[in-house]
Design a protein around this ligand. Structure first.
Ligand code: SAM
Length: 359
């Protein structure tokens, strides 16, 4: 049991069952005992590994994707380049290195990192010390200029709500304490909701579960409003299905293994699938364009990961060559991250759509 368990249990004893949103929010982002504030999550000795931590090719290609967007925006002399939830800052480091091929891009960019964990923001500051970067704990308001936004495995780390179907109605799933252990329960009264947009033929069986990520919806609305008014593009890479789907995707990972999400709040990474379809519909309704989702594998292939692989391999020894090849495979193979992870972009004010999507 963790210190955060005691805080959550005291709260439940005081005011009754809490929403999954509150549980997940406290477990991940509590300023003292939250997962991202307390642990070193990334890599072999951490709990999980993300694409930029697997290979420099990931961030480098995204850097070039940003340069391409900037060119299609008409090479503005000032624009905002923002990353949401940057972890160790590896993606932005690699992206800025590759985008140095276009010095005017770097000169025009005002770089912003949005990070809620003070501990991770400190690590990012060390890793990006040679660049002029502004840090924010929340997405800032941008008065002027286009924005280019990147978010890798950010939306899956935001707290969700779950609803359970009973007798044709949706009841919010809550977390309570039974025999000193956290367990699931449901609200006594149903929630009147038009939050879900499943396809017409979806069958709602008894005990079906539907998920909502309210912050993801809010953030995409905020960004899409700016992008449709001031121009720009957003790239969100995360894991989730192609179409909105029913089901419980709430999961906890510790030390590279799945664990019980209610066992040790604050010491395991908690995530849920991203509902890309809903997010892209929100962006389109606010005036942005959005191309059909791409798998991560095809997105990276379209951006030229194989060419970058050959270039990196040229001067590598046999051991390094094998490692670079394995890393690429991990990013694009359908058996690994290639299909599970998807790329979504929404954009406005561009002469052509962003690269990496399409046939
Ligand atoms: C799974 S990690 C992804 C890290 C990085 N993008 C990568 O690919 O390696 C999630 C990141 O989002 C940050 N984060 C989570 N919730 C946030 C919020 N509401 N606002 C800003 N950052 C947040 C975490 O602190 C962490 O840096």
């Amino acid at each position: 049991m963790t210190e955060l368990s005691d805080i959550l249990k005291a709260r439940i004893a005081d005011t009754g069952p809490i929403s999954m949103f509150e549980y997940m929010d406290m477990a991940l982002a509590h300023p003292k005992f939250g997962y991202y504030q307390n642990t070193d999550p990334f890599g072999k000795n951490g709990d999980f590994i993300t694409a930029p931590e697997i290979s420099q090719m990931f961030g480098e290609l995204i850097g070039l994707w940003c340069v391409d967007c900037w060119i299609k925006l008409g090479t503005p002399s000032h624009f905002h380049l923002m990353e949401l939830g940057p972890g160790n800052g590896t993606l932005m480091c690699d992206a800025l290195r590759s985008s140095a091929l276009a010095p005017d891009f770097l000169n025009a960019a005002k770089i912003h990192m949005v990070e809620s964990s003070e501990r991770l923001a400190n690590i990012q500051q060390k890793n990006l010390s040679s660049y002029a970067v502004q840090w924010h704990s929340e997405i800032p308001k941008f008065e002027d200029g286009p924005i280019i936004v990147i978010a890798n495995e950010f939306f899956d780390a935001l707290p969700i709500q779950q609803f359970e179907r009973h007798e044709g109605k949706w009841f919010e799933r809550l977390i309570t304490v039974e025999d000193n252990f956290f367990s699931y329960t449901t609200a006594e009264k149903p929630t009147e909701t038009d939050l879900f947009k499943f396809s017409e033929n979806t069958v709602f069986e008894e005990e079906s579960i539907a998920e909502v990520n309210p912050l993801a919806r809010e953030i995409v609305s905020f960004l899409a409003t700016i992008i449709s008014e001031q121009g720009g593009a957003a790239l969100c890479i995360d894991y989730g299905p192609m179409e909105s789907a029913l089901g419980d995707s709430f999961q906890a990972v510790q030390n590279h293994k799945f664990v019980d999400a209610l066992q040790t709040p604050g010491s395991a990474d908690l995530t849920a699938h991203v509902d890309f379809k809903t997010l892209s519909d929100i962006a389109k309704n606010l005036g942005c364009s959005s191309l059909p989702l791409s798998t991560q594998g095809r997105f990276l292939e379209r951006l030229g990961i194989e060419a970058r692989f050959w270039q990196l391999s040229k001067n590598a020894d046999a051991y390094q060559k094998e490692k670079i090849a394995n890393d690429m495979k991990r990013l694009i193979s359908t058996q690994e991250m290639g299909t599970l992870f998807k790329a979504l972009s929404f954009y406005s004010g561009m002469q052509e759509p962003p690269s990496g999507f399409g046939e």
